[in-house]
Design a protein around this ligand. Structure first.
Ligand SMILES: Cc1cc2nc3c(=O)[nH]c(=O)nc-3n(C[C@H](O)[C@H](O)[C@H](O)COP(=O)(O)OP(=O)(O)OC[C@H]3O[C@@H](n4cnc5c(N)ncnc54)[C@H](O)[C@@H]3O)c2cc1C
Length: 237
């Protein structure tokens, strides 16, 4: 783990509830794709956020923070970042945390499963896999409640077009009639598409209740527990 001071360079809206934050660390940052960082608000108050940027971007850290509700965990963190930005103060961060980072070795196909802002976790791995010229099949499923939450849809389509082994599958839970893609829960779409999950390395991020349901459903659908990665596992039963 690396402890750093960082400038808050920019905070911009991605949707009504999700904000992109760019931090510029005082020294080059070192982490693996799929790891997270903690924003230090106090000695015992540290807020976890996945790093959306890829490891080769050593001069910046990108975060996607979904913040709804005035006093929520994420909104408090965002307020802290906004204040530091306005006052041109640095923030304390701890980078390179988690055990669910991308395992680049091996031949197994990969599923990246993101619920909502869990996108951030999967995005870092997707970009890293493109950068290293990965030839394993990679299926990137992104589930959102409303279509407007697909804030990086065009970027993901371009990512999928960059490599014949990559596929991007957006899944809108409450889709309008004009939506021609997949609907419902994102992990159900995976199970409709794939007969058995046994061959796959599966990386996932989303709400804790989602991750609990997905873990159980995927194991029933053939997934190997040791090949399923989610930092949320450490927080749920
Ligand atoms: C280590 C760590 C890192 C984190 N990093 C971030 C971060 O970078 N940014 C951030 O905002 N939060 C982060 N969190 C908090 C947490 O991951 C988010 O609360 C979660 O990703 C937010 O999802 P959402 O509200 O956008 O999803 P929602 O909009 O609630 O859901 C999106 C989709 O997820 C699926 N889904 C949701 N609930 C269920 C369910 N019960 N059953 C099945 N499927 C379901 C559906 O497909 C749904 O359409 C982190 C937490 C931890 C522990």
């Amino acid at each position: 783990m690396q402890t750093l001071l960082a400038d808050v360079v920019a905070i911009s809206p991605l949707t009504d509830h999700v904000h992109k934050v760019i931090l510029k660390p005082q020294q080059p940052v070192s982490f693996e794709a799929g790891q997270y960082m903690q924003l230090v608000l106090g000695e015992k108050d540290k807020r976890a956020f996945s790093i959306a940027s890829r490891p080769s971007q050593t001069d910046q850290i990108e975060l996607h923070i979904g913040a709804a509700g005035a006093d929520s965990y994420a909104m408090q963190a965002l307020d802290h970042l906004r204040q530091a930005h306005t006052e041109q103060q640095q923030v304390n961060v701890e980078v390179g945390l988690g055990v669910s980072q991308l395992r680049v070795e091996g031949e197994r196909p990969i599923i990246l499963l993101a619920g909502g802002t869990g996108f951030s976790y999967a995005k870092s791995m997707a970009d890293h896999l493109a950068e290293i010229g990965c030839e394993r099949p990679v299926l990137f499923y992104w589930g959102v409640r409303e279509q407007a939450a697909l804030y990086a849809h065009d970027e993901m389509q371009a990512w999928a077009n960059s490599n014949p082994h990559f596929q991007y599958i957006p899944v809108v839970e409450n889709a309008p009639q004009s939506w021609t893609g997949k609907t419902g829960y994102v992990h159900k779409a995976v199970m409709e598409d794939i007969v058995s999950l046994e061959p796959y390395d599966i990386y996932m991020a989303g709400r804790f209740d989602m991750i609990g349901v997905v873990r159980d459903d995927f194991i029933n659908h053939g997934a190997v527990r040791e090949k399923m990665y989610a930092d949320a596992f450490a927080f749920i039963k």
